[in-house]
Structures are given as C-alpha cells and as structure tokens.
Design a protein. Structure first.
Length: 194
C-alpha cells in the first residue's frame, strides 16, 4: 500500500476506536436532519466531518478494489455479479457518509485514481481469482473491524446503529468471500471487532 492510502485507512481505523462523533453528526448520518438542526447538537462539525471523511476513504478504497478486480479479467463469470453487488454496497456506504459530511458543512473527500488504488493494493501482483478474493477478504475484515471498534465510542443510538449496519454488510461480504475461498466458518465466537 502507498503511504497515502495507508494513512487514510489507518486514520479511520485508529479514530474508530478513539474519536467520538457529536450528536449532530449522528443525526445526519442516520438521516434525521431535524434533530441535527437543534442547537447544541453538533459540538465540532469539522472534527466530525474529518472523521467521516476517513470512513469515506475506506469505502472509496473498497470501491476501487472491486473495480480493479472486475477489470482484471481474473474473476470467473459467476463471481463478477457478486463483486458488482459488493461494490454497490460500498458506494451506498460512501454516499451516506458523504451526505453527512456535506450536511455538517464539510466537503466529502473524493476518491483517488484507480491507478493509485492499484499501486496501494499492489494489484499488479495478483495473478488469479484466489489472490483477488484473498485481498477482498482482508479488506472486508479490516472494514468490519473498524466499524465495530467504533461502536463503544460513538454518541447516540443512531450512529451506533449506522456503524453496526455498515459492519454487518462488511461481515456479510467477508462470509461470502470466505465461503468462495473454501474457508470454514470461524470456529471461535467474537471473530470481528477484536
């Protein structure tokens, strides 16, 4: 991974366990604008926007990774629709996060170029479908862990729910990829978020 991509991912994954979004950001993320507009709901909107932008970076990297996989020619015909579906989930996550950043008065960060993601993920080294799926599996696990680690530090039930819902999508993706790779389901409980 390049330093830039690694920094964005680490910033979000680290902040997920240590930063707290304001109640206003929570309301915006879950779509309750009237609550977010109440005085005192947003303590530091730009700090909240910066944290949400870190999550946008994570989602944009996943979108890029799936695009690289689709463009690689390494995925079997029956696997391609799943990659497209998972990519659409990540777009939905990114779009919800971007709407919240905009409503906070910030500017959602844009995606990097596909070439930047290819370099960051060392996509040129991927030689077959198994290696592509292994990369996707790793990224989905990191994303699930990041969103779940954020839950204890989040303010308000709405953001906890939003973070948990996104984490559930990531775990779903991980499970499908693990099964496609022939991996058994985890034998131990509490596999994610540790």
């Amino acid at each position: 991974m390049t330093r830039t991509a690694e920094t964005a991912r680490r910033r979000f994954l680290r902040s997920a366990g240590t930063a707290t979004l304001s109640a206003g950001a929570v309301a915006l993320l879950v779509g309750c604008e009237s609550m977010a507009a109440k005085p005192g709901m947003t303590a530091d909107p730009m700090a909240d926007a910066a944290l949400l932008n870190g999550a946008i970076g994570l989602e944009d990297q996943a979108i890029g990774a799936y695009q690289l996989a689709l463009d690689s020619g390494l995925l079997a015909a029956e696997v391609r629709p799943v990659a497209i579906l998972f990519q659409s989930h990540h777009r939905g996550h990114r779009d919800a996060l971007a709407r919240a950043v905009t409503k906070l008065g910030g500017a959602p960060q844009g995606p990097k170029s596909l070439a930047d993601y290819a370099a960051a993920l060392d996509a040129a080294s991927l030689k077959n479908q198994t290696e592509v799926l292994e990369l996707a599996l790793r990224l989905e696990k990191e994303a699930a862990d990041g969103y779940l680690k954020a839950v204890p530090d989040l303010q308000g039930d709405g953001l906890v729910q939003a973070s948990a819902r996104i984490a559930a999508d990531e775990v779903l993706h991980w499970t499908v990829l693990a099964q496609a790779l022939g991996r058994p389901l985890p034998a131990e409980p509490l596999t994610f978020g540790a």
